[in-house]
Design a protein around this ligand. Sequence first.
Ligand code: MG
Length: 451
Amino acid sequence: MRLFGTNGIRGKIREDFKPDFLAKIGLAIGTYLSPGSWVIIGSDTRVSGNMVKSAVISGLLATGVNVIDIGIAPTPAIQLYTKNHGDFGIAITASHNPPEFNGVKCIAPDGTELPRNEEEKIEEIFFSSRFRLVSWKDVGRYTIAHGANEEYIEAVLSHVNVEKIRERKFTVVIDCANGASCFTSPYLLEKLGCRVISLNCQPDGTFPGHESEPKPQNLGDLMALVKDVRADLGVAHDGDADRAIFVDENGRFIHGDKTLTLVAREIAKKNGGKFVTPVSTSMAFEEVVKKYGGEVIYTRVGAPIVARRMIEEHAIFGGEENGGLIFPEHQYCRDGAMALAKILEIMAESGKKLSTLINELPSYYQGKISVKCDNSKKAAVLEKLKEKLKNERINTMDGVKIMHEDWWVLIRPSGTEPIYRIYAEAKSEEKLHEIMEKYRKMLEKIIKDIS
Ligand code: MG
C-alpha cells in the first residue's frame, strides 16, 4: 500500500482528508523522526490549510517532536527555511490541483523533496500504526516564526545581479493565482526596481481568478493585460509557486520548455558544465547546451529525480518543461521566484526583449496526448512496446523513447492516472502529426491486444 504519490500525499477534503487521517500522518512522520527534532511547517492559501496543518501538527507534537509554523509561504520558501533552520519540513499544499484538494509534502533536512526510500519508512509506520506516543511532559513544543518569506526573498536577490535589473526599471504584470506567491513575488519585483502590476494577488483559497495551473487557457487576463499596459513581461505562478510561466511583451504565452532552454543557454554560455533534465524535454535544450560546451544528463520524469541527480553530478542547472527550474547555487528544488529573477537578469544583461530572446532559440514542434490504459495493464504494455521497438534506437529509462536525428517520441505510463502519455517533437508540423498518429495507433493496438 502507498500513502505518498509522485508529489506528496494528496487528497480531497472531507473524502480523503479528515482530521483523524491527517493526525495519523503527523503521528507517522513524528515517529519516523527523533524526539526533539524541529519540524518546519507552512501552507499555501487553500481554505483547508489551517484544518489540515493543525491536524498534522497535533500528531507531530504527540510524538515529542517540535514544530515551527511559518504560516503561508511558497513551497520553495518552506524548503529554504527547512534547510536553514529545521531538521525536517512539511508543506501543506496541493500545488495546482483544484481548491477542494490539499496535500502533505515532506521535505528532507537539506531542503530537497524527501526521497522515495524515506517515504517508505513513514508509510510503514503509518500502516502498522506503531506510533511513539510520548508522556504529557515530553509533548513537543510549538512556535510561530515570522519572516520566512522575507528570508526567501533575500536569498533569491543574493543570486542575481540586482543593480543591473534595477537599472532597467521593468514593468512586470504578475499573476499569483491567489496562491502563496502573493506574499513573495510582488515584493521581490519591487526590490528589483520593477513597476509591479498585480493580478490575482490577494490570497484566496477559493481561487476566484482562475484555476491555479499556469496554462494558456487560465492566463487570458494576464496575456491581455501585459499587452494593454505595454509591460516588459508577464509572469504566472502555480498555487504553491514552485513554478513560473512567462508571457512576452506582446502578450504571447511562452511554453515552459522555452524558458528552461533560454536559462540553460545563458548559464552554459558563462560556465559550460553539467545540465540535468528529464527525457521528455525538448531537443532544443541539448542543442543550446552542447553549443556552448555543456553536457546534458537525462533522467526519468519528476522534479525530485532531477534534483537528486543534480546533487550527484554537481550539475550547474536543471529543470523540467513545465516551468520548474532548479538553481543549485540557491537550492535543489524547483523555484518560481528564482526563475522569475533569473529571466529578468537575462533580459537586463542582454538588453533584449523577451520575445527576441525566445525567438533566438531553436524551434521544434511538440505534441503531448494521452491514451487510456488500466493501471493493471501498464507493465505488460510497456514490455510489449519494448519488444516491438527493439530494433529502433530507443532509451528505456522512463517508458520508451524512440530517438532520431530530427524527431523523437516518448511513450510512458502516467504514475498517477490510468493513462499512457505520448510526447513527441519534430522539426515540421507534418512530421509531428505523422509520428504522433503512428505511435498512438501502435499503442492503442497493444493495449487492446492485452486483455
Ligand atoms: Mg507546484
